[in-house]
Design a protein around this ligand. Structure first.
Ligand code: G3P
Length: 218
């Protein structure tokens, strides 16, 4: 399973990339706004800091303008994945960009039917939002299960399931159990995956006993 980080904070991205555990980055207009920086600058910096795909989202809503924005974003670096919303114009744009060799991440997916359309439009990634479904009392992980089942039934579909809107480690583990290809995690959730109280307790005990031996490895 690939791990992307869902942020436009370059300091966070650099720190997490240094762990060797990061396979890509996703951003959206809200994350760009939160960064307080110019989108084109921040995307260029992120692309230079990580090797994997970096999703940069178009903000136009009609096909012609989306296509122009997508082509401009794709020129920033070879690892840009253009993100388009799951609308008729978005999917039309997806198909054109995909045929031009650009990776497209189709975002704001909330149903299996939408995911099916994105695969037919040759999206490289489909981004179902699990947390936002859970927030309204619907089954976020159920959507992932449905999409994985549908995509696995048609090997001609090359679209990867990128679980988005992740709120906590259980979303990550459930996604992995279902065989989702990618999870995009807020930095705090990615960091929280390391934690277990028995790891801290066990390490403290090992180090205390080691100290008593008076030895050193180096
Ligand atoms: O980037 C898309 C997605 O991960 C957004 O998550 O937390 O705003 O629902 P959230």
């Amino acid at each position: 399973m690939k791990f992307f980080v869902d942020t436009a904070d370059i300091a966070e991205i650099r720190e997490l990339a240094a762990t060797g555990l990061l396979d890509g980055v996703t951003t959206n207009p809200s994350l760009i706004q939160k960064s307080g920086r110019k989108m084109l600058d921040v995307i260029a910096e992120i692309c230079a800091a990580v090797e994997g795909p970096v999703s940069a989202e178009v903000t136009a809503t009609d096909h012609a303008a989306m296509l122009a924005e997508g082509r401009k974003l794709a020129k920033i670096a070879k690892n840009v994945a253009v993100k388009v919303p799951l609308t008729p114009d978005g999917l039309k744009t997806c198909r054109v960009l995909a045929d031009e060799g650009t990776k497209v991440n189709v975002t704001l997916c909330f149903s299996p039917a939408q995911a099916l359309l994105a695969a037919k439009a040759r999206a490289a990634f489909i981004s179902p939002f699990v947390g936002r479904l859970d927030d309204i009392g619907q089954d976020g992980m159920g959507l992932i299960a449905d999409i994985v089942q549908i995509y696995r039934s048609y090997p001609a579909f090359k679209t990867e399931v990128l679980v988005a809107s992740i709120r906590h480690p259980i979303h990550v583990i459930e996604s992995a159990k279902l065989g989702a290809d990618v999870a995009t995690l807020p930095p705090a959730v990615l960091r929280s995956l390391f934690n277990h109280p028995l790891t801290d307790k066990g390490l403290a005990a090992f180090l205390a006993d080691w100290k008593k031996t008076g030895q050193s490895i180096l």
